[in-house]
Design a protein around this ligand. Structure first.
Ligand SMILES: Cc1cc2nc3c(=O)[nH]c(=O)nc-3n(C[C@H](O)[C@H](O)[C@H](O)COP(=O)(O)O)c2cc1C
Length: 110
């Protein structure tokens, strides 16, 4: 859960190599993982399992966005610590994908 109530899109975009899609999107999902929780049960496999699960969650967001005719993209290029700072995430919540969702540019039929 985001601890800040103000608009963080520009700062989040800057933390992600100034990717315009983040600054421009009306909504942006950030999936985070806490490896320690999963490691209690799965030990050294935890990182793999958390990242796989983040991928599954991402795919569901992407599929729903497509169903709603929205535009979206998976963003993995960002500075982890900057994203944590901008979103005021607890230290062990590691940001995994950032997923901006918005209105796609008008497309003409090809
Ligand atoms: C894990 C992962 C991270 C990605 N990170 C970025 C990113 O930071 N910026 C970006 O433009 N595309 C990134 N991509 C690629 C886009 O999500 C997308 O797959 C690509 O732009 C192809 O889009 P297309 O559907 O227009 O061909 C990433 C893809 C994956 C699977």
């Amino acid at each position: 859960m985001l601890n800040k109530e103000s608009d963080q899109r520009l700062a989040l975009s800057e933390a992600a190599l100034n990717q315009e899609c983040i600054a421009a999107a009306p909504a942006c999902f950030v999936i985070t993982g806490v490896y320690r929780r999963t490691a209690k049960k799965y030990g050294k496999r935890a990182r793999r399992y958390v990242q796989l699960e983040a991928g599954h969650a991402s795919e569901n967001i992407l599929l729903q966005a497509v169903a709603l005719k929205l535009g979206t993209v998976v963003v993995g290029a960002f500075d982890d610590q900057e994203v944590q700072r901008v979103l005021d995430l607890p230290a062990e919540h590691e940001p995994l994908p950032v997923i901006p969702v918005g209105f796609p540019p008008e497309r003409t039929e090809e």
